[in-house]
Design a protein around this ligand. Structure first.
Ligand SMILES: Cc1ncc(COP(=O)(O)O)c(C=O)c1O
Length: 466
């Protein structure tokens, strides 16, 4: 989020101070909001002011817009609190934290079937966005090295990806000067088409991106088919165009619910993969991972070595300092859940997505755009467009506390507007039933069917495991 520094003369319109509250028990003089107060105040007063203001935020447990984890076990949160003061980059000072990151990278490389005979490499990142920037840089560097080796000019690199990519890919392309080549979506195809992608590839393509779980619909892109077709094209043309898999969400879902699906390092052209630990990795924000198939895929001159914290520290990250506690929480999940636990949770989410889909379909009012067996995401729209839209339904649900976003699909399919429910651990079958009842009540109201019975208030906090 980009924040603005406001001109001082516009601030009075916005109520510039925190004013008296609790009968002046806490605050007896106004305190400025947009300038640092000149005097101090007791911590409990500052706490109360901020705590109260944050009540205006949505309830994270009802935030069905986000893929990001909103609940962790108390033991994980205890570990996170205990390690809140550790800087991840202080490798010499916190060698066990570094060791824990190494173990996580190994576990993920194995989960993604990195070849046994090679040394793989990877790092924790702030989220998939940073992971994608790092992976994209490595792809660009490798393309440049290939051009030099072949005595060809290294000009105008491009990257081929579906028009449904998450915004971080557009950022990567713009910030690092790589031409984005978007594969158009179809009227009924909301993910990358293999044939259409290959038409955009040339000798300056640094990679084709395959998304394991489109942000818009949760659908997995056809990565195995892409690998096969690109291998054939590379052979014919002599190009060496690789694949990067954006498994921001699917990286922690598909290995457990669809182990036979080939999307990872089992496919020879997949050179790097990103995954968000803070999505279905089940860790509070912000943590992501990027893993390279082999060490040779990560050019040495992208790695920085510093010695001012003691010892030699190799780093490949966009920032220097960051909190270490999400990495520790990720390791906690790997250890406590194991593959069995992730499989259990992801299967339960899949079941709940199936249930919600079935119930919505049974009403006869909705068309589903998400696919079962892909991410546990339910994307739907009205079958018949009447006087009301998905945006009206989203706003109506918000009155009850549910946050269900309505949005138009990616370019080329933007005339389709949808609602999306991301099924996460907190959305139990009971919660799904309550959501369904609220959806149907809202639709009845829009259609003018029978006066509405008053809706009971939601419990303030909801927490549950599927
Ligand atoms: C497919 C995909 N890639 C990348 C991202 C960015 O991930 P992060 O929020 O971890 O930076 C997202 C986020 O929703 C996503 O869905």
């Amino acid at each position: 989020m980009l924040s603005k520094k406001l001109p001082l003369d516009t601030i009075p319109k916005r109520r510039p101070t925190h004013t008296l509250t609790y009968g002046s028990r806490y605050l007896s003089t106004p305190v400025p909001k947009y300038e640092m107060p000149s005097a101090s105040m007791p911590g409990n007063v500052a706490y109360q002011i901020i705590h109260d203001e944050l009540n205006l935020d949505g309830n994270p447990a009802l935030n069905l817009a986000s893929f990001v984890t909103t609940w962790m076990e108390p033991e994980a949160e205890r570990l996170m609190m205990e390690t809140l003061n550790k800087n991840y980059v202080d490798q010499d000072e916190y060698p066990q934290t570094t060791e824990i990151q190494n173990r996580c990278v190994n576990m993920l490389a194995n989960l993604f079937h990195a070849p046994e005979e090679h040394t793989g490499v990877g790092t924790a990142t702030v989220g998939s966005s940073e992971a994608i920037h790092l992976a994209g840089l490595a792809l660009k560097w490798n393309w440049r090295a290939r051009c030099r080796a072949e005595n060809k000019p290294a000009e105008k690199p491009n990257i081929v990806m579906g028009h449904n990519v998450q915004v971080c890919w557009e950022k990567f392309a713009r910030y690092f000067e790589v031409e984005p080549r978007y594969v158009p979506l179809g009227k009924k195809r909301f993910v990358l088409g293999v044939k259409e992608a290959l038409e955009l590839v040339d000798q300056n393509t640094i990679a084709v991106v395959g998304i394991l779980g489109s942000t818009y619909t949760g659908e997995y892109e056809p990565i195995e088919a892409l690998n096969e077709a690109l291998e054939k094209q590379n052979k014919k043309t002599g190009w060496q165009v690789p694949i990067h898999v954006d498994a921001a969400s699917g990286g922690f879902v598909a290995p457990f619910t669809s182990p036979q699906l080939k999307w990872d390092f089992r496919l020879p052209l997949v050179k790097s993969i990103n995954a968000s630990g803070h999505k279905y990795g089940l860790v509070h924000p912000g943590i992501g991972w990027v893993i390279w198939r082999t060490e040779s895929e990560l050019p040495e001159d992208l790695i920085f070595h510093v010695n001012y914290l003691g010892g030699d520290q190799p780093t490949f990250n966009l920032n220097f300092s960051r909190g270490a506690n999400q990495i520790i929480a990720q390791y906690y999940n790997f250890l406590s859940l194991g593959r069995e636990g992730y499989r259990r949770i992801m299967s339960a989410l899949e079941e709940n997505a199936r249930y919600l889909t079935g119930q919505l379909e049974a009403t006869g009012k909705f068309t589903m755009l998400s696919k079962l067996g892909h991410l546990p995401v339910v994307t739907f729209t009205f079958k018949n467009t009447g006087r009301f839209t998905v945006f009206d339904l989203s706003a109506k649900l918000r009155q009850r506390g549910w946050i269900v976003p309505a949005y138009t699909m990616a370019p080329d399919a933007e005339d389709v507007a949808v609602l999306r429910v991301v099924v996460r651990e907190g959305l139990s079958r009971d919660m799904a039933d309550m959501l369904l009842a609220d959806i149907l009540r809202a639709v009845d109201e829009f259609e003018g069917v029978s006066p509405q019975p008053p809706m009971p208030p939601h419990p303030k906090k909801t927490r549950g495991v599927c």
